[in-house]
Design a protein around this ligand. Structure first.
Ligand SMILES: Nc1ncnc2c1ncn2[C@@H]1O[C@H](COP(=O)(O)OP(=O)(O)OP(=O)(O)O)[C@@H](O)[C@H]1O
Length: 271
């Protein structure tokens, strides 16, 4: 089922300078990473999906609804965006109030909003910090509070902007677990990200944006096999993929587990 349909989408911040140049894409339920060099248009693209910017050309439908006819507030129950920098999002004086704000804002009654917020905080491992001031948390924890704030609204579509930046090892593991849970719940999880290891391990579809156009669109193994294309787009590959290549393997490895299986001789056909 198509969750998001994008047709001939273009956007300019300044007249005559298109930063998105006619993008056509459909998003189904597959978790999707949007990658690309700085300035390729990733943030602009997701802001358009979320209704924070208006296209200069083209159409977007979210769950069949035309974004052009909806306000950002009307879209909020369906699509959530977690900003890269938590300071752009956090404004309440307790963690619980912060996470309750979204559900309350879309009309959930206070009792239910509290339940949803506590459940979301449990998911990110911060339920015990509910009474604290979010400003007293570490950057890693603040980012998890921001994820919980969107999770609590239970939108069908969640977009995470650089979820692993500023995360310590435990924080990254939590983000991985939360994404897994959301996928199990049938949500469309999207991300904008430069961390290719995380993409390879957690996402089913990869889209490369390059100078405002779609340069490639495929599953991670397909995308990370295309060395020339990645070089052209100025992008790296997962560490484990590079290690495999350095050892002369033809298979594109995506995870340590599959690399180890292959090294032990369990994947002889993959070499
Ligand atoms: N508010 C703005 N006004 C003018 N130009 C902008 C604005 N925001 C972004 N741009 C320009 O639009 C282009 C696309 O930027 P965008 O932030 O969408 O790229 P990005 O792929 O998200 O980059 P990054 O990985 O650095 O976040 C860039 O050339 C950028 O300089």
């Amino acid at each position: 089922m198509t969750r998001i349909s994008v047709k001939d989408l273009a956007f300019s911040y300044r007249p005559g300078e298109e930063v998105l140049k006619g993008i056509t894409l459909d998003f189904d339920g597959r978790s999707t990473a949007i990658i690309g060099q700085n300035g390729s248009g990733k943030t602009t693209f997701v802001k358009l999906l979320k209704g924070l910017l208006k296209p200069t050309r083209g159409e977007i439908h979210i769950l069949g609804r035309p974004v052009s006819e909806m306000t950002a507030a009307a879209l909020a129950p369906y699509i959530g965006l977690v900003f890269q920098n938590p300071n752009d999002q956090i404004f309440k004086s307790t963690v619980l109030d912060e996470v309750m704000f979204g559900p309350l804002n879309i009309g959930v009654d206070p009792k239910r909003a509290k339940e949803k917020a506590l459940h979301a905080l449990q998911m990110v491992g911060l339920a015990e910090r509910a009474a604290e001031n979010p400003q007293d948390l570490s950057l890693s924890e603040k980012k998890l509070v921001c994820i919980a704030s969107i999770v609590a609204m239970e939108p069908e579509i969640l977009i995470l902007d650089e979820p692993t930046i500023a995360q310590d090892h435990a924080g990254t593991a939590t983000v991985r677990r939360v994404i897994g849970r959301l996928k199990e719940q049938g949500k469309l999880v999207m991300t904008i990200i430069h961390d290719m290891d995380f993409v390879a391990e957690n996402f089913e579809r990869v889209i490369i944006l390059h100078r405002g156009t779609v340069l490639a669109d495929g599953d991670p193994r397909e995308i990370f096999s295309r060395r020339e294309l990645l070089e052209r787009a100025g992008l790296g590959v997962p560490h484990i993929t590079r290690l495999g290549w350095s050892l002369g393997r033809t298979k594109t490895y995506l995870t340590e587990a599959e690399f180890i299986r292959s090294m032990r001789g369990e994947g002889a056909a993959d070499r």
